[in-house]
Design a binder for this molecule. Structure first.
Ligand code: MF3
Ligand code: CO
Ligand code: CO
Length: 269
C-alpha cells in the first residue's frame, strides 16, 4: 500500500510536535540521578506536557490490538530492559542506563524521540553500548534521502552494531508517524541495502534502533509491555523522527539539549 506523503502543512505541524518531544527530553534530563524512581520521572514528564507544553502524552492508554492500555505517559527502560518499560516504583541507582521514550501530541500531530541517560557513572561497557547505539541511529539517518531504499537504513544500522559485536533487536522497528502514533512504513533496523520501499520526499518516520550487548532475543514481561533481553544483557535505544527531503533528511526531534549528530560516515562506512 502506498505511503501518504505529508503536505506542507502537516510537515510544519510535525516540526512543532518533534521539537516538543526533544524539549521534553531536555527538560527531564536534569532530574536523572540516583534515588529518583521511574514513576517520578513519568509524573514530571506528564505534568510538563499538560501544564507547560500543552501536549498530550500519546503512550497514556495507548492500546494497539493485542495489548492492554499502556498505563503511563512515557516509557522508561532500564539496563536489560529493551523498550516499553512501564514507569513505577523502581529506584534508579548509580551505574544504571535508562532509556526515556516520549511521544507528545500537539494539535493532533505526534513527535516521537528517545535518548539514553546515565544514572551516576556508567560502566565502560554500558557507556560504549550507548555510544555505539547512538552512532547506529545516526548512520541510519544518514542513509535517508529521496530515492534511497528503506533497506539502506537497516543495513547501515546492522553493519555498525554487528561490527562492534552487538546484536539488533528484530521484533520492534521504526514507523511512519503523523496524525497517528504508528503508521506505515515499518522501518527495520537490519536488512539489505538496495531493497524495499523507495523513499520519497515528504515521508516522515522514526529511526529507533534497539541494540543488545549480547544476543538479539527478547521476551515480554508479565506486565504485558516491558520487553527485556532473554540473556539479560544490556540493551540501548535512541530514537529520532525524520523527514525525507530531496537532498537528504531533516531531523524533526532535535532540540537545544539533544546530543550533536555524529560526523557523516564516508560511503565505505
Ligand atoms: N514510543 C514508542 C515508539 O517509539 C512506542 C511506545 S508504545 C507505548 O514507537 F504504549 F508503550 F507507549
Ligand atoms: Co517510535
Ligand atoms: Co518512541
Amino acid at each position: 500500500m502506498a505511503i501518504q506523503l505529508k503536505t506542507a502543512y502537516e510537515i510544519e505541524q510535525m516540526r512543532v510536535a518533534g521539537r516538543l518531544a526533544g524539549e521534553l527530553l531536555d527538560f527531564i534530563s536534569r532530574y536523572i540521578r540516583p534515588g529518583i524512581t521511574t514513576g517520578e520521572i513519568d509524573r514530571l514528564c506528564h505534568d510538563y506536557q499538560l501544564h507547560h507544553q500543552g501536549t498530550i502524552p500519546a503512550p497514556l492508554n495507548y492500546a494497539p490490538a493485542g495489548y492492554k492500555p499502556f498505563p503511563k505517559s512515557i516509557c522508561t527502560s532500564v539496563n536489560h530492559q529493551v523498550c516499553h518499560g512501564v514507569p513505577g516504583d523502581r529506584v534508579l541507582k548509580t551505574g544504571d542506563i535508562l532509556n526515556i521514550d516520549v511521544t507528545p501530541i500537539k494539535d493532533g500531530f505526534h513527535g516521537d524521540s528517545s535518548r539514553m541517560f546515565y544514572v551516576g557513572t556508567p560502566s565502560i561497557q554500558a557507556r560504549r553500548l550507548c555510544e555505539v547505539t547512538y552512532e547506529c541511529m545516526w548512520r541510519g539517518i544518514y542513509a535517508v534521502r529521496a530515492g534511497a531504499y528503506l533497506g539502506d537504513i537497516g543495513a547501515a544500522i546492522q553493519q555498525h552494531a554487528e561490527s562492534h559485536g552487538y546484536s539488533v533487536v528484530r521484533e520492534f522497528c521504526g514507523h511512519g508517524i503523523g496524525r497517528k502514533f504508528h503508521e506505515e512504513p515499518q522501518v527495520l533496523h537490519y536488512g539489505q541495502a538496495g531493497t524495499g520501499l523507495v523513499l520519497q520526499e515528504g515521508m516522515i518516520f522514526t529511526i529507533e534502533p534497539m541494540i543488545n550487548a549480547g544476543k538479539a532475543a527478547v521476551r515480554e514481561l508479565a506486565d504485558g509491555w516491558t520487553i527485556v533481553t532473554k540473556d539479560h544483557s544490556l540493551s540501548a535505544q535512541w530514537e529520532h523522527t525524520v523527514l525525507v527531503t530531496e537532498r537528504g533528511f531533516e531531523v524533526l526531534t532535535l532540540s537545544p539539549g539533544a546530543p550533536p549528530p555524529i560526523p557523516m560516515p564516508d560511503r565505505a562506512g
